[in-house]
Design a protein around this ligand. Structure first.
Ligand SMILES: [Zn+2]
Length: 99
């Protein structure tokens, strides 16, 4: 288990990275050496704390590479399983950014 200090540090690192560039969850997991599922957890918290400061986590959604469906309506931070339109799971990863 990670302790709270380490979590805070990782979260600050992720915020700093996203202020500089557009990154996927994979990029972030490699940059701060945590698992992708933990990155999603951090993103959800970062989104909430940015909103409380009048800022926003933006970026591009997951996109289906087979039919072009954009996963725009997603409120949750996780990896979609399949495209609801064509049922394929060949997805272009979402990109995150803090403008
Ligand atoms: Zn599709």
């Amino acid at each position: 288990m990670e302790n709270n200090d380490r979590r805070q540090t990782v979260r600050q690192q992720i915020i700093a990275l996203l202020r500089n560039e557009n990154l996927t969850v994979r990029d972030l997991s490699q940059a701060v050496s945590i698992q992708e599922k933990d990155v999603f957890e951090h993103l959800a918290h970062i989104d909430m704390s940015l909103k409380s400061h009048g800022e926003k986590l933006t970026g591009k959604p997951y996109i289906c590479l087979d039919c072009g469906f954009e996963f725009n309506q997603r409120k949750k931070y996780n990896r979609p399983g399949r495209c609801p339109q064509c049922k394929n799971s060949h997805l272009q990863p979402a990109v995150y950014h803090i403008p």
